[in-house]
Design a binder for this molecule. Sequence first.
Ligand code: GTP
Ligand code: MG
Length: 290
Amino acid sequence: MKSEQINCTRCGFVAVVGEPNAGKSTFVNAAIGEKVSIVSSKQQTTRNQIRGILVQNNAQIIFTDTPGFFRPHTALEKSLIANFKNSYKDADIILIIFDVSKKNSNYTINFINKMKIDDWQKVAVVLNKTDKIKKHYLFEIAKEFASCNNIDEIFMVSAKYNDGINDVVDYLAKNLPESDFMYECNKTTDQDIKFRLAEITREKLYNALFAELPYNIFVETDHIVETQTKATIFQTITVTKQSQKSIVIGKNGEMLQHIKNQAYKDIKKIMNKNITIKLFVKCRPISKCI
Ligand SMILES: Nc1nc2c(ncn2[C@@H]2O[C@H](COP(=O)(O)OP(=O)(O)OP(=O)(O)O)[C@@H](O)[C@H]2O)c(=O)[nH]1
Ligand SMILES: [Mg+2]
C-alpha cells in the first residue's frame, strides 16, 4: 500500500486566467523557470493559448497561459475571448491572476462569481505584483477575494521577482488528479519551435516600439537552417502600413538591428547553439470586404 502511494503520479491542466497585463505569462515563465510565453507591458500580448509544462515531484503540471479576459470590441479581441472561454472549461485547476497594484478588483471578482465550475474543478487566486504595494493593502485585497464563491486558496506572489511561486507550484502538484504523465519529463512546452522563436521576436518588437505599434503586426519564422553547431533563423515581420514598416526598420536599419540583438539571447538559449537571425519586414495591407 505504502509503495503504491509513493509511486502514484499526478498530472493535469492548470488554466492561468486574469485581466490583460495581470502577469499571467510572467507567472507561467517563473513557475517553469524558462521563457515559454512572451511578456510585455502592452496589454493583450498573449494571443494564443500557450502551454507550459513542469514536473514537480511526482506531478506533471500543464499550464495553459491564456489571453486576458476583457470586453471584446474588435474581431481580434472577439477571437481572443472565444479562445479564452475554452481554456478553462477543461482545466483541473483554474488560477486567477490578479494585479494587486490595480486596486479595483470588481471586474475580476465579478468574473469569479459568475464562473461556471464543475465539481471536479478547483479555483485558486494568485495576487500578483506584491512588490508594488504596501502589505496592509494586500491583506485588504485578499479579504475581498476570500468572500468569492468557490475559492480554494489565495496566494500572494511577485512573479517578476520570483517570490512566492514555489508555494503555488506545490499546491498545484498536490491537487492535480492521479494520472500518468501526458508529456515526456523534460518537455517544457508543446509549442512548435518556429512559433516559439517568432514569439520571442514579437516580444522584442512590442518592448522596443511599445507606443507606436498596433496589434496587427505578425512575426513568422519562415525556415531554420541548422547544422549540429549552428542555426540560421529566417523570420518575416508583417505590418499593414508602409509607415509602420519604416518604424520597424528604423533609421539606417537601427531599430531592426536592435530587435535582432534583443532576440538573440533568448533564441540562443532555446536553440542551445550558435545562431544567426535574418529579419525581413513586409507590408501587407488588410484586405477589405465590400
Ligand atoms: N512589478 C511587477 N511587474 C510584473 C510582475 N509580474 C508581471 N509584471 C509586469 O507586468 C507586465 C505584464 O506582464 P505579462 O506577464 O505580459 O502579463 P499578461 O497577464 O500575460 O498580459 P496579457 O498576455 O497581455 O494578457 C510586464 O511588464 C511584466 O514585467 C510582478 O510581479 N511585479
Ligand atoms: Mg500574456
